[in-house]
Design a protein around this ligand. Structure first.
Ligand code: NDP
Length: 492
């Protein structure tokens, strides 16, 4: 029997009588990781109303004091890093160093946001009139719905929760169903850190059941979503009818360009990590290699040599390079794309199969896969979200940029070259929210904005100081100390 967990509403863990439950399982062993309440729309309403009740007092808590609670949360995350990292690995399948990295990213961000409590900068600007001050304040929006995916089950929720909390919002957190254990554990961290009741509320269960409530309820003032483009589009459309502020972070089809003057070994290292880290299930994962014709054969020879030594297996075991994909649905979708690639005439250079036998039979293991493809094939344009990479031969830099940009997404991009002019041209011309020079497409740091253009997002960014903008309204204040009516634009 799995351990049972409730919803966290108003500072209490509760299991509504007769509630439906579901379990999450390790994608490598099938082990159950907990039993969770499948929240209903009524539970979502209760969580939203509770968050709304807690809002007034939380917004009036001085921001540096809110920061102290976040700092305590960062300390608890640190103390529990190994344990939480292993939950990440067990529940979604990324290898243990990456599981711990997921938690470390949360620690970094929560710590960073805690200090923002002493800034929350506004602007002070001169008035066109005498004896008058003009400045801006940042104020919380109210109740925020944070809807998150399974691929970074600790880091991504914290990007939203910590930024929302430091700015004085209260939160209803709806994690991906299949990483509910990670969500429970991270909520416990905030509870242990002393967050007042109702400020952070957790509802587990299906997005399709509680989604509408979270995106249209009158008391929800902002929705912060990370996940697939179709889901995001649906949320955006629903929430727009209710005039909600919505921030979306969605898919990617991220290219790594390797030019003829690149340090090839460095580019090979970067590609292995970028394409197959977390089994290719990062939104910034490299899914296209745009390889210059002059180094095409040499680069692929070196890459394939390294791939032959790549170990797929138990993600908890030291020395494993890649674990399973995160679920049966993911496995099915990825294997379908591999078939699509073959049918389209892409040449399979490596992998392409589900792994079977021994441990593999208990989980969802797929070989790291490399296709030689032509730009325009579906596998070069659609997000696969798995360990499937397509290599496309390019003749020059202009062609690389053209191919890189000819997809619907624009999240991350990378170029390996020693030519400084080309590096800067790439920074200017690649249509993506993030460009790496001589580094893989993955590797976000929390003090910098994160997000994409085109169908990856809707204009906002997470992390960095911009995260503050996502969760605040700007109040413009005029203070007139002239003791008479002054008329802007009319008096000279
Ligand atoms: P989904 O879009 O399926 O789910 C994301 C979240 O939305 C989950 O919590 C899900 O709940 C919830 N949800 C589903 N339907 C609704 C609905 N109708 N209303 C409200 N919420 C809903 O994505 P995945 O979890 O499968 O994540 C993978 C996708 O996320 C990939 O396509 C990837 O590119 C993208 N992604 C983007 C990132 C970025 O920063 N750009 C980062 C990480 C992932 P439930 O689990 O219950 O279905």
């Amino acid at each position: 029997m799995s351990e049972e967990f409730g919803l966290f509403i108003g500072g209490k863990w509760e299991s509504p009588a007769g509630a439906k439950r579901f379990v999450t399982r390790s994608p490598s062993t099938g082990e159950e990781l907990g039993s969770f309440v499948a929240a209903t729309a009524a539970d979502a309403t209760r969580a939203i109303e509770t968050a709304h009740k807690a809002f007034e007092s939380w917004r009036r808590t001085p921001a540096p004091k809110r920061g102290q609670i976040l700092l305590r949360a960062a300390e608890v995350f640190k103390a529990r890093k190994d344990e939480l990292g292993s939950f990440v690995t067990k529940e979604m399948g990324k290898i243990l160093p990456e599981g711990k990295g997921d938690v470390q990213e949360a620690i970094d961000f929560v710590e960073y946001m805690s200090a923002e409590g002493r800034r929350l900068l506004g602007e002070t600007v001169p008035s066109e009139l005498r004896n008058k001050y003009c400045f801006t304040l940042r104020q919380p929006k109210g109740v925020v719905a944070a809807i998150t995916p399974w691929n970074f089950p600790v880091a991504i929720p914290n990007w939203k929760i910590a930024a929302a909390l430091i700015t004085g919002n209260t939160v209803v957190f709806k994690p991906a169903t299949n990483t509910s254990r990670c969500a429970v554990e991270l909520t416990r961290v905030y509870e242990e850190a002393g967050l007042p009741p109702g400020v952070l509320n957790l509802i587990t269960g299906s997005g399709s059941v509680v989604g509408k409530e979270l995106t249209t309820h009158p008391l929800v003032r902002a929705v912060s979503f990370t996940g697939g483009t179709d889901t995001g589009r649906g949320i955006y459309t629903e929430a727009a009818k209710a005039l909600k502020y919505v921030h979306l972070e969605m898919g990617g089809k991220n290219p790594q360009i390797v030019m003829e003057d690149a340090n090839l070994d460095l580019a090979v290292d970067g590609l292995l990590f970028g394409a197959y880290g977390s089994s290719g299930q990062r939104c910034t994962a490299t899914s296209r290699l745009l390889l210059h014709k002059n180094v095409y054969d040499e680069f692929l020879a070196r890459f394939l040599k390294r791939l032959a030594k790549f170990r797929v297996g138990d993600p908890l075991k030291e020395g494993t390079d890649m674990g399973p994909v995160s679920s049966a649905d993911q496995e099915k979708k990825i294997l379908e794309y591999i078939e699509i690639g073959k049918k389209e005439g892409a040449k399979l250079l490596y992998g392409g199969k589900k792994l079977t036998g021994g441990l593999y039979d208990k989980g969802f293991f797929i070989e790291p896969t490399l296709f030689e493809a032509r730009h325009g094939m579906r596998i070069t344009k659609e997000e696969i979200f798995g360990p499937v990479l397509s290599v496309i031969k390019i003749s020059d830099f202009d062609e690389a940029v053209k191919v890189a940009n000819d997809v619907e997404y624009g999240l991350s991009s990378s170029i390996y070259t020693r030519d400084v002019n080309r590096s800067f041209q790439a920074m200017e011309r690649l249509e993506a929210g993030i460009t790496y020079i001589n580094a893989p497409t993955i590797g976000a740091e929390v003090q910098l904005p994160f997000g994409g253009i085109k169908n990856t997002g809707n204009g906002g960014r997470e992390a960095g100081t911009v995260a503050i903008e996502e969760f605040t309204e700007i109040k413009t204040v005029f203070v007139d100390f002239s003791d008479r009516l002054q008329k802007a634009q009319i008096e000279s």
